[in-house]
Design a protein around this ligand. Sequence first.
Ligand code: FAD
Length: 293
Amino acid sequence: MKISEFIKENVKLDTYSTIGIGGTARFFVEPRDVEQLRQVLRFSKENEVPFFVLGGGSNTLFPDTVYNGIVIRMAKFNKVRIRGEECVVSAGFLLPRLIFLLQQESLSGLEELFEIPGTVGGAIYMNAGSFGREIGETVQSVKILTYDGDLITLSGQELNFSYRHSDLSRFGILLEVSLKLKKSSSYKILRVMEKVRRKRRETQPVGERTLGSAFKNPEGKSAGLLLDKAGLRGYSYGGAKFSEKHANFIVNFKNASQEDVLYLLKLGKEKVKEKFGEELEEEIIILKGGAHG
Ligand SMILES: Cc1cc2nc3c(=O)[nH]c(=O)nc-3n(C[C@H](O)[C@H](O)[C@H](O)COP(=O)(O)OP(=O)(O)OC[C@H]3O[C@@H](n4cnc5c(N)ncnc54)[C@H](O)[C@@H]3O)c2cc1C
């Protein structure tokens, strides 16, 4: 199939991000397999248009205008197989769905990450984690398509996982990952998932349009608490605000724009620096629009 048959133009982006913000992508594609993904990378190189790899969009803030490049959505890479304590899962598979599946198979290792939205690919890129666990701890190896179109396999260690970070983007696009889990009792796993769900409902604006934590926690501190003490809990600008329930969650409560969120991010950084001398760093991924993507 030629690329012209599966690439789309001028696609609206707001529904592809959990915060519901976004203009359009000049090009948008959902490759079905590695060959199509290779074609997209070639198209990008030959036409000198940038690309952005999209998982579930639960950590991505799109521009208000046009992203002048190709958004590559990985949703069609969605296979999973389990053998003993190993699970091999494709990048576009949804993380909450995977955690349910592992619970049914009595496999422990990711249950603390229950209710983190998005895909396996996004979780590996971000080294997603919660309640003391990170996905990187379970990674045995990853299969990647390099930006030049070669298939490589790396060990988990080679991705250098650290707090909300991996080196994935140095190498290419994640295709699939092999996870090492541990046999446990499905009942015990379910209990942890229920506890996690309860805690999230108590402390986070569940069900609202957000990207989760806006900033990373500075070492030994809570970004939410710092923002709260800086007086920003509930503070709004345009259609966006720091949630009343958790000050580190910025929510879109009324047709917010990227500009509104950027304003709040800047304000949050300034106030926290001024009051506590602490430098906050964004956890969310910001995609800029404009002539050069
Ligand atoms: C309500 C809510 C709660 C949240 N709670 C948590 C939490 O407790 N802990 C936590 O860590 N996060 C949390 N998040 C943030 C977010 O869900 C995670 O970071 C998630 O892992 C992102 O996955 P995604 O597929 O949606 O990524 P996207 O937003 O689609 O992408 C994120 C980054 O990953 C890259 N990427 C995605 N797929 C690939 C791929 N296949 N190959 C290469 N790069 C790729 C993208 O280019 C982008 O840079 C929360 C978000 C929300 C909305």
